[in-house]
Write a protein that binds this ligand. Structure first.
Ligand code: NAD
Length: 496
């Protein structure tokens, strides 16, 4: 079998204070290969004591180490070195990521470039950073004293894990914070590369710490730790709600990037061929395990039948198979638990819409977490498959008659992460974009991001926006310092 990567570790430890260590209590959990669902490695299962040790190391590095006190340019140099090393590991990383998560290898390959760019971008930004100074002529000068907030708790999901970790590590480190990362338990493999990358780039010891483990144990201990003043979380909305409640007693700063059920709206005047290409990619790339997936497609009635027919034909033609095969377009879902969840939605969908493609396990792939790209047409707006995040290769299509109905259907969900609009009318596109309840909108295009732009969702899809300077602001305190020039005019209490 060629699909088993070389250098696969048999065990994945934590990384605390510059050392690869096991859990204090010796606990471990199994990590599965998503193609066979067999255990290929164990990982250290962190609990409160392990999180305490990691936070102590990060706090020591924050209070007494060089990182928060370095000039921005010095930190940026190290971040650029990290980016160079990440890029040079592209092939190894892609193989690890594809093997651990089931992502098709061709789609895993770009992830190192995107991760490297997250370090380069925030390195450049922190060097170019300027803060405000205000003068009140003859009386006062005020300026902003920007300071890193402290030990940042970073909690990440299993879809494109390495890239999403870099999206938090880049700005947290650029800002001068020290960090404890708790990666997703389904996919700890690629995160195990960070320690070596940071050592090679000479990031000071204790700045980066990683605790593996289950969300309800390691993640929970990190969220509740009193010496971690901020939590950056990406994951499900329900987990976000729980974390929000657990942060409340400590009044922690929170950045939450949560789930989605994003609409892709296709008007009759759209370039149908391009819209079909994009809406297929939007929900079936990354195995459909994409937060911004356009998993609800709204199509204007005049082109609805044609769209559904052409879309379903293409979906039936998508190549599902071994993630390590470069021909594969949809690989295996990450874990048998997630596979069961997606399959249960397909069963629910049978009574909620007309199945026009897929509908379960593809022929010839009898084991592993493979799901055929599945398309339901004529779905009711109140259907569960139209309202709930499935996070797999499943899409619901629905017709609409005019702009007002399209907007109302697009907004008729608890989520508000992304929206996609396909039309040749400029005015219609902008009017729609401005009214749709979504943190991010793409007009006649899909998920290509500009790191300077806000990233995040509204409603149940998130809290706060990162991207560009917003990310640096999240990881920094901005203290106002006031200096009086000349006499201070003070009412003289008790002087009379
Ligand atoms: P999840 O919420 O199950 O887990 C995410 C992380 O939280 C994991 O590391 C997990 O161990 C941890 N966790 C779980 N319970 C916890 C608790 N009680 N306290 C602290 N940590 C806890 O999400 P997932 O299944 O790993 O990821 C898929 C979800 O992530 C989808 O909903 C998807 O839309 C969302 N997502 C959002 C974005 C975005 O930018 N908005 C990006 C990627 C994924």
């Amino acid at each position: 079998m060629t699909r088993i990567p070389e250098n696969l570790p048999a065990h994945i430890p934590h990384y605390i204070g510059g050392r690869r260590v096991d859990s204090i209590g010796g606990e471990r959990f199994d990590v599965l290969d998503p193609v066979t669902n067999e255990t290929y490695a164990t990982a250290a299962a962190g609990r409160k004591a392990d999180v305490d040790a990691a936070v102590d190391a990060a706090r020591e590095a924050f209070l007494h180490g060089p990182w928060p006190r370095m000039k921005n340019r010095q930190r940026a140099r190290i971040l650029h070195r990290i980016a160079d090393i990440v890029e040079s590991r592209d092939a190894e990383l892609a193989v690890f990521e594809s093997f651990d998560s089931g992502l098709p290898i061709t789609q895993a390959r770009g992830q190192a470039q995107r991760a490297a760019e997250n370090f380069r971008f925030f390195a450049d930004l922190v060097v170019a950073q300027r803060d405000d100074t205000y003068k009140v002529p003859g009386t006062q000068v005020n300026y902003v004293n920007r300071k890193p907030k402290g030990v940042a708790g970073l909690i990440t999901p299993w879809n494109t894990p390495f890239m999403l970790e870099s999206w938090k590590l880049g700005p947290a480190l650029a800002s001068g914070c020290t960090v404890v990362l708790k990666p997703a338990e389904f996919t700890p493999l690629s995160a195990s590369l960070w320690a070596g990358i940071f050592e090679e780039a000479e990031l000071p010891t204790g700045v980066f710490n990683l605790v593996n483990g289950l969300g309800e144990e390691a993640g929970d201990a990190l969220v509740k730790h009193p010496d971690v003043p901020l939590i950056s979380f990406t994951g499900e909305s329900s987990t976000g709600q729980l974390i929000f409640a657990n942060c409340a007693p400590h009044l922690k700063a929170m950045s939450m990037e949560l789930g989605g059920k994003s609409p892709a709206v296709v008007f009759a005047d759209a370039d149908l061929e391009k819209a079909i290409d994009s809406t297929l990619f939007g929900v079936f790339s990354l195995n459909g395990e994409r937060c911004t997936a356009g998993s609800r497609i709204l199509v204007e009635r005049g082109v609805y039948d044609e769209f559904v027919e052409r879309y379903a034909a293409r979906a039936r033609n998508i190549v599902v198979g071994d993630p390590s095969d470069p021909r594969t377009e949809v690989g295996s879902l990450v874990h048998p638990e997630h596979f069961q969840k997606v399959m249960s939605y397909i069963e629910i969908g049978r009574s909620e819409g007309r199945l026009v493609a897929g509908g379960g396990r593809p022929e010839g792939l009898d084991t592993g977490n493979f799901v055929a790209p599945t398309v339901f047409a004529d779905v009711r707006p109140d259907a569960r498959i139209f309202q709930e995040e499935i996070f797999g290769p499943v899409v619901a299509i629905i017709p609409f008659d005019d702009d007002a109905e399209a907007l109302s259907l697009a907004n008729d969900t608890r989520y508000g992460l992304a929206a996609y609009v396909w039309t040749s009318k400029l005015e219609r596109a902008h009017l729609f974009a401005q009214s749709v309840e979504a943190g991010m909108v793409w007009l006649n295009s899909h998920n290509v991001r500009d790191l300077r732009s806000p990233f995040g969702g509204v409603k149940a899809s998130g809290l706060g926006h990162e991207g560009g300077y917003r990310s640096l602001d999240f990881y920094s305190d901005q203290q106002a310092v006031h200096i009086t020039l000349g006499d201070v005019h003070t009412a003289r209490f008790g002087a009379h």
